[in-house]
Write a protein that binds this ligand. Structure first.
Ligand code: ZN
Length: 407
């Protein structure tokens, strides 16, 4: 690479030892311009600098080198190209790659502690790694995307939501884009970032009934089949059952029937087939009591059959019957869900048109992984840091190869 190791020294023999490796330019190799990488005549030499290298034998290790400046015909007097360095950073690219890889397994703070460096150094390393990956990644062959909103932080302010775009093709599931807020403008920004080639090539788009998303997808990717997915519909049904339970608990306070609803919250949100033993007996007791909560739960549970139809027309017929029942139930939260499903019937039935192409679990699975990152005690100090961490763990980004050999 045009440089040779000149001297290796061990310092501070007691307490905290560290190593320095002094480098020298190879005799007869001309320095190259850092802008165009072309060899250029030398100009002068700058004072010696140090770069943190990957730890050797557990000791912090520094490269020492006095960079030359060259007189490039095109770029004037400019510092030479240094293959282990990126601009003015104090870390070698090898060390940045090393820290970034560890930061996938440990929190950023733990990574900094383990390798005796700062949180800031880990952050900058991951940032460099991610920026490189985003610039190099391939986006062809993206056919199915899932769009979703994620809540993070405390409170329900607009800034506490993220819009995420996933690729949910069978062969590749990854985070493509993340942006702050959940407005039409956010999603427009995201699709613009992916570029027209990706957006025009989409066959399927999967999302919740969030109006902002429905509008933008219809406008920007009209050729894509828009599917309302199972995961989100189930979430709406669960929310409605929970609302009914809470309201009824309030109404029955102090009466013996109220006991039927005690400690039932999580049991009601599970699927019937997953409830066993004592819990199942209590559930049956609730159903026999004719309480609104029991009836709401039955409606939710029967809706699961919808997803198992093979024929589009049978699924449509089922949906019609189910909605009619729900609308007549006199349970307002369930009626609200039924009205919503009726309004979006076409998009809902697209699930069957896309059968086999869209996995019900893809969006849910990626969402769960995102929650792990946003909640893990990374100690993100800024929104930007969290965004970087999400791309780092879920983006399946290509990695700078020059940094591989030290890990
Ligand atoms: Zn140049």
């Amino acid at each position: 690479m045009g440089f040779v190791y000149q001297e290796v020294r061990l310092h501070g023999r007691q307490g905290q030892p560290w190593l320095t490796i002094t480098l020298q330019a190879h005799q007869g190799m001309r320095a190259r311009c850092s802008e165009c990488r072309q060899p250029a005549p030398g100009y002068d030499r700058l004072p010696q600098r140090d770069w943190l290298f990957v730890p050797l034998w557990g000791m912090p290790t520094y490269f020492l080198y006095a960079p030359r400046r060259v007189q490039c015909p095109e770029h004037g007097v400019i510092v030479e190209h240094i293959p282990w360095s990126q601009g003015k950073r104090a870390l070698t690219t090898a060390m940045m790659g090393f820290l970034a890889r560890w930061a996938r397994h440990l929190s950023w703070r733990q990574t900094a502690q383990a390798f005796q460096t700062s949180w800031e150094a880990v952050y900058r390393s991951v940032e460099w790694f991610v920026q490189w990956g985003l610039a190099q990644r391939q986006l062809d062959g993206v056919e199915a995307i899932g769009v979703d909103e994620i809540h993070w932080g405390k409170g329900k302010r607009a800034d506490n939501f993220l819009t995420v775009i996933y690729q949910i093709d069978h062969h590749c599931r990854r985070l493509l884009w993340v942006g702050r807020r959940r407005t039409q403008a956010t999603l427009r920004r995201g699709l613009a970032a992916l570029g027209p080639a990706v957006v025009n090539g989409l066959c399927f788009a999967c999302s919740d009934m969030w109006r902002a998303y429905l509008k933008v997808i219809a406008a920007k990717a009209p050729q894509a089949l828009h599917v309302l997915d199972r995961f989100h519909i189930t979430m709406h049904l669960n929310k409605a059952v929970d609302e009914v339970r809470r309201a009824e608990t309030g109404r029955l306070r102090g009466r013996p029937l109220a006991d039927k609803l005690k400690h039932m919250r999580w049991k009601l949100l599970r699927r019937c087939s997953r409830i066993r033993g004592q819990a199942k007996r209590r559930l049956y007791g609730l159903l026999r009591s004719k309480l609104a909560t029991g009836r709401a739960w039955m409606l939710k549970e029967t809706f699961q059959d919808f997803w198992h139809y093979r024929s589009l027309s049978w699924a449509a017929a089922f949906l019609d019957v189910w909605c009619t029942r729900a609308l007549r139930s006199r349970i307002e939260p369930m009626r609200k869900v039924a009205r919503m499903l009726r309004t979006h019937e076409g998009l809902l039935l697209n699930w069957f048109r896309a059968k086999g192409e869209i996995s019900a679990a893809a969006v849910e699975g990626l969402n769960n992984k995102i929650r792990v990152v946003t909640r893990r005690s990374y100690g993100f100090r800024t929104y930007h840091a969290m965004e970087i961490a999400l791309y780092h763990t879920l983006g399946r980004l290509p990695e700078p190869e020059s940094t591989h050999r030290f890990c």
